[in-house]
Design a protein around this ligand. Structure first.
Ligand SMILES: Cc1ncc(COP(=O)(O)O)c(C=O)c1O
Length: 363
């Protein structure tokens, strides 16, 4: 067993998938977003469980992620929305050959596909107000017409992404929603069927059932993290844990770790954990991290090193020994949200932290 692990609770993934599915408007399909290796939970493993528990389709970022997911055995629709039109190359060809659908976020992308002259299922990504990627409104007519008139392209629908879905009452959401609805009308008036259109991510799926359309694209919530304040019956799926490698005494005046930023003011004990910034634990978490050992929290002290951190055991009243498991975040320990607040970031980023020598373990 690895000394440093991300334990993934597949029962939690199953539960969350069913819980989100149960909230969808009648007839709305669930696209499970498993980009970035399933938000760092392992795309192949979580996708298999999501597929069994209600996911109707999968969303990834890159074409290569799409091909890998297909190779892992997923036989439901897969949409990949991040690829380069300059040189679509092997990654795009392979993805299309394995039946991965491509998101088309600009007219340049669409023209590149037309030039490739190979059959492709596409979903047009439209700019509705996020101003990151998407076909600008001025090009909607041209894009719809070109897609319609290219016989080897099959348009499954349109999609767009909300910039402020985590602020459900912000008028920007309604503005984007209105633009999206208008785009569907225009596309259909030009003769496209547009059977599967989607706008909502996790926060919008949970807070705006009126915007569900034919499909929602949900990532964060399926991994058990809350996209919004509130209770949504989600179970966190990831636990990041390390085994104590040594316990040693500390005398008053002893300085700990680089720069001696911590100096002991009394007799005590410390534990060393085999995790550092090379494994994704930010150096900026110094003094903000509390690890949980056998249900009790202990303060991390001194600088976070490349491979190690030191934890203050006090008098070590609970006899922590080498080999004990210390949880950095997860159920029963610092939550992902607590960790994110301490670091000044969001839960999405915290889930993506564990790397380096972290090994995944499935339960
Ligand atoms: C285009 C797109 N759709 C859907 C999602 C899923 O978002 P969430 O994790 O909030 O559900 C993402 C993730 O950022 C995305 O980039």
């Amino acid at each position: 067993m690895s000394q440093l692990r991300a334990r993934i609770d597949l029962d939690a993934i199953a539960h969350n998938t069913r819980a989100v599915k149960a909230r969808l408007s009648e007839g709305t399909r669930l696209m499970a977003v498993v980009k970035a290796d399933g938000y760092n939970h392992g795309a192949a493993e979580v996708a298999a469980v999501m597929a069994e528990n209600g996911a109707d389709a999968f969303g990834v970022a890159t074409a290569a992620e799409g091909s890998r997911l297909r190779e892992s055995g997923v036989d439901k629709p897969i949409l990949a929305w991040l690829w380069s039109p300059d040189d679509p190359g092997d990654e795009v060809t392979e993805a299309l050959a394995s039946g991965v659908e491509l998101g088309v976020p600009s007219l340049v992308h669409l023209r590149a596909l037309v030039a490739m002259e190979i059959p492709a299922r596409i979903c047009l990504k439209l700019e509705t107000g996020m101003h990151r990627s998407g076909i600008d409104e001025a090009a909607w007519y041209e894009a719809f017409s070109l897609a319609r008139d290219t016989p080897f392209l099959t348009v499954t629908g349109i999609f767009s992404h909300l910039a402020r879905a985590d602020e459900p009452d912000d008028p920007a959401n309604d503005l984007q929603a209105a633009n999206f609805a208008r785009a569907i009308e225009i596309g259909r008036s030009l003769g496209l069927e547009l059977p599967v259109n989607h706008l909502c991510n996790s926060p919008a799926t949970l807070s705006r059932p009126d915007l569900h359309h034919d499909q929602v694209r949900v990532g964060l919530a399926l991994y058990g993290m809350n996209p919004l304040p509130g209770e949504y019956d989600l179970r966190p799926a990831m636990t990041w844990a390390a085994d104590v490698v040594s316990v040693k005494p500390l005398a008053p005046g002893d300085g700990v770790s680089y720069g001696h930023t911590f100096t002991a003011d009394r007799q005590g004990y410390t534990a060393v954990l085999p995790v550092g910034y090379a494994d994704g634990l930010p150096r900026a978490m110094q003094d903000k991290l509390q690890v949980t050992i056998a249900g009790r929290r202990y303060q991390q002290i001194g600088r976070v090193c490349m491979d190690q951190i030191v934890v203050d055991l006090g008098d070590n009243p609970h006899a922590v020994m080498p080999g004990a498991e210390a949880v950095l975040f997860g159920p029963g320990a610092m939550s992902v949200d607590e960790f994110a607040d301490a670091l000044g970031t969001i839960n999405y980023e915290v889930a993506c932290l564990p790397k380096g020598r972290t090994r995944r373990q499935y339960r």
